[in-house]
Design a protein around this ligand. Structure first.
Ligand code: C2O
Ligand code: CU
Ligand code: CU
Length: 464
């Protein structure tokens, strides 16, 4: 077992102690850390391993067990991990709008857990709120109608102060929703639609995935794509659809193609955009999703193309181009995004303070910090004075990004449409319009840098 946490969850004091210790270790171990980074800048030099594609499952009558296991990482290498149904990442759940999810979660871990369906519109009892966590050996029956439009959502644990560890140890999976609007576009499907759960990791001397929390956010020196080290994917000369999920605890990726071709951005957290956008590089923060088309047409058989992370200088995934494939097209018009016409005045302000607080307060699971009227459009303003990046995530609704001032001073194409997570860098102020019109009840807003979340940068609110 890679974790030391057997028994009751750490108290906040113990957690902060552990973080402090590791931050001090990091400060004195700067050279070691640097060496690790340099080493990791070269994944791609060695043998490439076939990209793992998790099994696809329906959410109707699904049993999901979170437990320790041993997983293959490619090339004969294995690691202990904490996984859903033995798979890293967990099975890809696929459903259609209007379906019903009936999912029985079993906690096979030695600590409490709960599963949150990030991006899915569900009521409080199905949201995986830390109040609803189950102990070791416990079970939880989720049962909710699928209200979302077509989108890539995801699932991961959300227990009080243990989310960072459980996600870092491997618990996460994709949750794809489909609908008629998406069907009508004839986008690449089947073998031409590939989920990409992007994250980083760190190994202990025995080669097992290891969680070393740092208050500034856990970053590992090695990328893992769908749980595969140094992955490759054989592709045909056609258009592929990649469903990318920012599954790191803290790392932000800057995606680009190594051959200089554009990424065709067609969607993000809340589904399809209004129209296709070409970008040479796109940022993906923890919690965010991207729906991307990549065009391999016209490349000779034998061509290698890489999906790169320009921030770390990593070659995340190598595509090996083969023969000509079926013909798909890149649509220009995608979906209708009805703008939320919100108030010009700010309804609520949220200051992300330090690494542990929102509006000066640490998270208290039993405290409701504010209430929001059901069905009303509000303007929320997120600001930070430092310790960013803070990927700000809201449960219970999608929002629309209105503006960003300070810092980068602009919004990006990948922030159009419907979002549930938006990146806040130092000195930035981001305004969004949001309306909670699915359910009343207690939801969460938090920083999706999971160490910040676990240390208290999270808030309960109630839709009334
Ligand atoms: Cu992806 Cu509240 O989390
Ligand atoms: Cu969420
Ligand atoms: Cu944060």
């Amino acid at each position: 077992m890679a974790s030391q946490h057997i028994g009751p969850p750490l108290s906040r004091r113990a957690f902060l102690g552990a973080v402090g210790g590791s931050a001090a270790w990091f400060a004195t171990g700067g050279l070691g850390a640097l060496a690790g980074t340099t080493l990791a800048a070269k994944p791609g030099g060695g043998t490439r391993n076939p990209l793992y594609l998790p099994p696809t499952v329906s959410p109707a009558g699904l049993g999901l067990t979170a437990a320790a296991g041993t997983v293959p990482l490619g090339g004969g290498k294995t690691s202990t991990a904490w996984v859903y149904n033995g798979s890293l990442p967990g099975p890809t759940i696929v459903a259609r709008t209007g379906d019903r999810a009936t999912i029985a979660l079993t906690n096979g871990l030695a600590q409490p857990t709960t599963t949150h369906w990030h991006g899915m519109l569900v009521d409080h009892g199905n949201d995986g709120h830390p109040m609803e966590a189950i102990g070791p050996g416990g079970t939880y029956a989720y049962d909710f109608p699928i209200l979302n439009r077509a989108a890539l959502n995801w699932y991961h644990p959300h227990p009080h102060m243990l989310t960072g560890e459980q996600v870092a140890m491997g618990l996460a999976g994709a949750f794809i929703v489909r609908d008629a609007v998406e069907d009508a576009l004839g986008l690449p499907g089947g073998a031409y639609e590939i989920p990409l759960v992007l994250r980083d990791t760190r190994f202990d001397p025995a080669g097992n995935m290891q969680y070393k929390p740092r208050s500034g956010g856990f970053e590992g020196p090695i990328p893992l794509i769908n749980g595969t080290l140094n992955p490759k994917l054989d592709v045909l000369q056609t258009i592929y659809r990649f469903r990318a999920l920012g599954g790191s605890n803290a790392r932000i990726f800057r995606l680009a193609l190594g051959n200089g071709r554009p990424l065709y951005l067609i969607g993000n957290d809340g589904g399809l955009l209004a129209s296709t956008v070409q970008e040479s590089q796109i940022d993906l923060a923890p919690g965010e999703r991207l729906d991307l088309l990549v065009d391999f047409r016209g490349l000779a058989n034998g061509t290698k193309v890489t999906l790169r992370d320009l921030r770390a200088g990593w070659d995340l995934l190598e595509f090996n181009v083969g023969d000509p494939g079926p013909s798909f097209t890149i649509p220009t018009t995608l979906s209708t995004i009805t703008p939320l016409a919100g108030p010009s005045a700010v309804t609520r302000r949220f200051s992300f303070d330090g690494m542990t607080k929102i509006n000066g307060r640490e998270y208290d699971m039993e405290r409701i910090d504010f209430s929001v009227p059901f069905g009303t459009i509000e303007r929320w303003r997120f600001t930070t004075s430092g310790n960013a990046p803070h990927p700000v995530h809201v449960h219970g609704a999608s929002f629309q990004v209105v503006s960003r001032s300070g810092g980068r001073g602009r919004t990006y194409s990948w922030e159009q449409g419907w979002k549930d997570t938006v990146l806040l860098e130092d000195r930035e102020t981001v305004d969004v319009f949001v309306r909670f019109d699915a359910y009343r009840g207690v939801y969460l807003m938090h920083c999706h840098k999971l160490e910040h979340e676990d240390m208290g940068m999270m808030s309960n609110f109630e839709v009334i």
